[in-house]
Write a protein of this length. Structure first.
Length: 377
């Protein structure tokens, strides 16, 4: 795109008056300078950040990504930018946008993998991401940076409802997920939960409050250990399982709509509750009287004062709230470090232990983890 065409594109972006936050790492930072160089940027740019180091990116996302340059990372950066826009701007959050970009471009040392660019944008009702690979050695770093800059500007334009008109013929791979209205309401905090029945129909009524057995988790991805736990729990409790996926994390940005769709695909045919409840106190309010299916690592975290700001009184109050709502825990053994631990191996406060029933190692042992599965993809 010529400088004059780029200038005209940015003028139209600013004219859209769409408030947004941008976060870019590894490449594409030229888009930030280009946006700010054209008069009218105050109508669109709320903030622009470049979390370039690993520590800066981890802080932006609330935790280390599986890959610094990857499509999921670009999407998570865009969601973090959208949430930041909500903090900075008043009014209707449906008008806000978050842009995230991560790139692995030519540098002073050879790269083992391809040169890649991933750019995502997030709104209250859509997640869109474009990815492309550049032929290694075909361009200079400056030329690759120009391409990354243009792809970021194209994403900003699309997010703002502006026709980009880019001449770059890279044909990036594109993924898009438009959200059902209930997902948007969930993201914006206008509802606490959404029930997805076995036929994938969306329940637009109240959150699920009659779940006898609730299996919370990230399911990233679902694996044989999860499936075996669900089967044993259903048999032990004499009731069907409802899987629970919280789109809100304590420190990380919410799950984007592509991520939600991907994880639900792994739970196809199951009864699933999407929620905004990252803690078990909040989960117990959504499903009072239920039995939670958990691993030994999870129940150990519930007992650890570190997760309550180091305050034992806060931990005890949380356990008391869960107990008051009639909830219990069915605890499965997990490999903790080098040792497989079951409920009997854990040092729990008496009030929490009184809420727990354990599954013996002879009945269940699966050492596979979702983290390991992702690492070997």
């Amino acid at each position: 795109m010529s400088p004059s065409a780029q200038h005209e594109l940015i003028e139209r972006i600013h004219a859209s008056a769409t408030p947004l936050v941008l976060a870019v790492t590894g490449g594409g930072s030229g888009a930030l300078a280009a946006l700010l160089a054209v008069p009218g940027a105050s109508a669109t740019v709320l903030e622009a950040v470049v979390p370039y180091s690993a520590a800066a990116l981890t802080r932006w996302l609330g935790g280390p990504p599986d890959q610094a340059c990857g499509e999921p990372t670009a999407r998570a950066m865009a969601m973090a930018a959208f949430e930041r826009a909500r903090q900075l701007a008043g009014g209707d959050p449906r008008t806000l946008r978050g842009i995230g970009a991560t790139a692995g471009l030519a540098t002073t040392r050879p790269k083992r993998g391809p040169h890649r660019i991933h750019v995502a944008w997030q709104s209250a009702d859509a997640t869109v991401v474009s990815s492309c690979e550049l032929e290694k050695g075909a361009r200079t770093r400056a030329e690759e940076e120009q391409i990354a800059t243009q792809l970021v500007l194209d994403a900003v334009a699309e997010a703002c409802g502006v026709e980009a008109g880019s001449r770059e013929k890279l044909a990036p791979c594109r993924r898009e997920q438009r959200a059902p209205v209930q997902w948007t309401e969930l993201l914006l905090g206008e509802r606490d939960a959404v029930l997805i029945a076995e036929d994938k129909a969306l329940n637009v009524g109240l959150p699920l409050r009659d779940a006898a057995v609730l299996f919370p988790g990230a399911f990233h991805p679902l694996h044989v250990g999860h499936e075996r736990m669900a089967a044993i729990a259903a048999e032990c409790c004499g009731a069907p399982i409802t899987w629970e996926l919280a789109i809100i994390n304590v420190d990380k940005p919410p799950l984007d709509f592509i991520e939600i769709s991907d994880r639900l695909a792994g739970l196809a045919g199951q009864r699933v509750q999407l929620s905004r409840a990252p803690t078990f106190v909040e989960k117990s309010a959504l499903a009072p009287g239920c039995t939670f299916v958990v691993g030994a690592d999870t129940i150990d975290r519930i007992a650890d004062p570190r997760y309550y700001g180091g305050e034992t009184a806060r931990r005890d109050a949380a356990i008391a709230a869960i107990a008051a709502r009639g909830c219990r825990f069915l605890v499965f053994g997990r490999l903790l470090g080098e040792r497989f631990c079951t409920l009997g191996d854990l040092d729990l406060p008496p009030a929490l232990r009184a809420l727990c029933d354990g599954v013996a190692e002879a009945a269940f042992r699966q050492d596979v983890t979702s983290t390991e599965i992702r690492a070997h993809k």
